[in-house]
Ligand binder design. Structure first.
Ligand code: TEU
Length: 549
């Protein structure tokens, strides 16, 4: 079970309003108490923070805001002493434009670092259009007057794409990976790793990828060669894990990354689940704001389970630092439904096959902050989309309304530790506004309440540790056509359990399918009561894990 920590928002120790490593060290006992065993930290490396650390200017240093290498060593030791594994973020599709490599590269056309990046000389004309995720104009080519050439940046202008065709660059990266492995880290989460290989002739974007360029970016000609090389040169030399951020990866491609026979990566997390309820290819437009089809949801997770049924290994997540809060997005964050729906989503994550990636703060049932003003946002993605839309004369009111549900900053507001000033996160001015609901929703209050969302999460992690059937058992969807209830069994040898999840804010009856016989008290129930019988009378967002005979 992986628990994701967004260090910027976890705990500040020095009052500068930004979370840091010493803050995190002070919270290790809390993390240990959750019952998870792997901690993934978002980027902690040298960075000017154009994109909160996803723009790295020094891969072998700690970001000044976060502390020093000594702090990191202490953190790693503290984690290992508690039996926790540490996974860092590997961001190597691009670097910062403030990285020494890029400074050299842009200085002249003959500089030895020129080929560390993708350059298009202006005398060849304007390069074929590539779409940028974060550029104000949406253009992934930026003109650089010093050498009269364009450089490629799929993300912001301050995130130039590295040129993986260059063997020297690749060796630098593997060596940097070995540096961190030698320090003792336990693995990497690999940022947009499917994008590293490019057709460097940069032909026109084929029509089938218009509006869905992520899928084209993920399809580079040498991608799997590079991943195999990375495995040979770095990963295979250590006892470590690897997980790809599977941007643009389809069901048909997935096993190419994680089939053990191919010797590439261990896991991949897909984006399809996050797309449920959105207009295809457009995360800013929900089909019906605040609603999604449970049938689509079930279809996606069932299909992805089947992909890894014979080989490879899956993942499951409902939120991360690029997503809104899980309870707001997939549950119902109104006061009466917030706790049961958070607990239901936790039940889902911890009873599916594959490794759960659980986002820090979700164990408290944190919710979207729903900013009303563009000035409240810190995220480059939201700010630049807004600027772009403004330039085009688009509907900014509608955009801001959609952002209340989908913007990344919703998932990045500081961790809510207690009801004291600034939620116990900082004594200074927080870098991003803290959700004012911290007075009610905070870890200290939930510690005291045996029925809190936090304590439910602990029960669920303990259950998953105790019962291997929840980890490895075969998954079988039941009642596929039911638009309100998600039910499935997990089976391993003689162990069989039934999971029943009422994904609505209403009471629902659900008839136990023929052939299933309950085998005792629920292993997990997010309500104090449970009406057993041939028909289960489910309360709003009720979640049950029931042993079967
Ligand atoms: O995200 C990759 C990615 O595809 C994003 O465009 C993502 O789809 C978008 O943020 C969703 O809103 C990774 C990181 O997780 C993200 O935080 C970085 O900003 C991005 O790469 C660039 O490094």
């Amino acid at each position: 079970m992986v628990y994701q920590v967004y260090p910027r928002s976890y705990q500040d120790s020095n009052g500068d309003g930004v979370g840091d490593l010493r803050g995190l060290i002070s919270r290790l006992d809390y993390i240990k108490s959750l019952g998870v065993n792997v901690i993934w930290l978002n980027p902690i490396f040298g960075s000017p923070n154009d994109d909160n650390g996803y723009d790295i200017s020094d891969y072998r240093a700690i970001m000044k805001d976060f502390g020093t290498m000594q702090d990191f060593d202490e953190l790693l030791k503290g984690m290992h002493q508690r039996g926790l594994k540490v996974v860092l973020d590997l961001v190597v599709n691009h670097s910062s434009d403030e990285h020494e490599w890029f400074k050299q590269s842009r200085s002249s056309r003959t500089n030895p670092y020129r080929d560390y990046y993708h350059w298009w000389p202006a005398e060849k004309g304007t390069p074929n259009k590539r779409q940028s995720f974060f550029d104000v104009k949406g253009d992934a080519w930026a003109y650089d007057p010093t050498t009269k050439a364009y450089y490629l940046h799929y993300f912001s202008r301050k995130q130039p794409d590295l040129n993986w065709e260059n063997p020297k660059l690749r060796e630098e990266i593997y060596s940097m990976m070995r540096f961190w492995f030698d320090k003792g880290i336990d693995g990497f989460r690999m940022d947009v790793i499917p994008f590293i290989s490019k057709d460097t002739t940069f032909p026109p974007l084929p029509a089938q990828y218009h509006g869905d360029f992520g899928r084209y970016y993920a399809n580079g000609p040498h991608l799997h060669e590079y991943l195999q090389e990375m495995n040979r040169e770095a990963l295979s030399k250590y006892d470590v894990m690897s997980v790809a951020e599977g941007a643009g990866v389809t069901q048909a491609d997935a096993l190419q990354f994680v089939d053990p026979a191919r010797k590439e990566l261990n896991m991949l997390y897909h984006f399809e689940g996050m797309g449920v309820g959105l207009v295809p290819g457009n995360k800013y437009r929900m089909r019906t704001p605040g609603r999604y089809s449970l049938l689509d949801f079930k279809r996606v997770y069932t299909k992805w389970d089947s992909i890894f049924a014979r080989t490879g290994w899956g993942t499951v997540y409902l939120g991360n630092h690029d997503q809104p809060r899980m309870t707001t997005r997939w549950g119902d964050d109104r006061p009466e439904f917030r706790a049961p729906s958070s607990k239901l989503l936790t039940t889902f994550l911890l009873t599916m096959r594959g490794t759960p990636y659980y986002y820090g703060g979700d164990e408290l049932g944190m919710t979207n902050i729903r900013f009303t003003n563009i000035k409240d946002y810190q995220d480059i993605e939201t700010r630049n989309m807004y600027a772009q839309l403004k330039g085009e004369g688009g509907d900014l009111t509608k955009f801001l309304a959609a952002q209340q549900l989908t913007a990344r900053d919703n998932g990045r507001t500081p961790f809510q530790w207690d009801a004291t000033a600034n939620a116990g996160f900082t004594t200074g001015k927080p870098w991003l506004t803290i959700n004012p609901n911290y007075a009610q929703i905070n870890a200290a209050a939930e510690e005291k309440d045996p029925n809190s969302i936090l304590n439910y999460f602990r029960k669920a992690t303990a259950l998953r540790r105790q019962h291997k059937v929840l980890v490895y058992g075969q998954y079988q969807l039941l009642d596929a056509a039911n638009p309100n209830i998600y039910a499935y069994t997990r089976t391993q040898g003689n162990d069989k359990v039934l999971v029943v999840l009422n994904f609505t804010s209403e009471k629902r009856d659900w008839a136990l399918p023929a052939g299933l016989t309950l085998g005792g008290a629920p292993w997990l129930n997010n309500y104090p009561t449970f009406a057993a019988g041939a028909t289960l009378a489910l309360l709003p967002w009720q979640a049950l894990v029931l042993p079967l005979r």
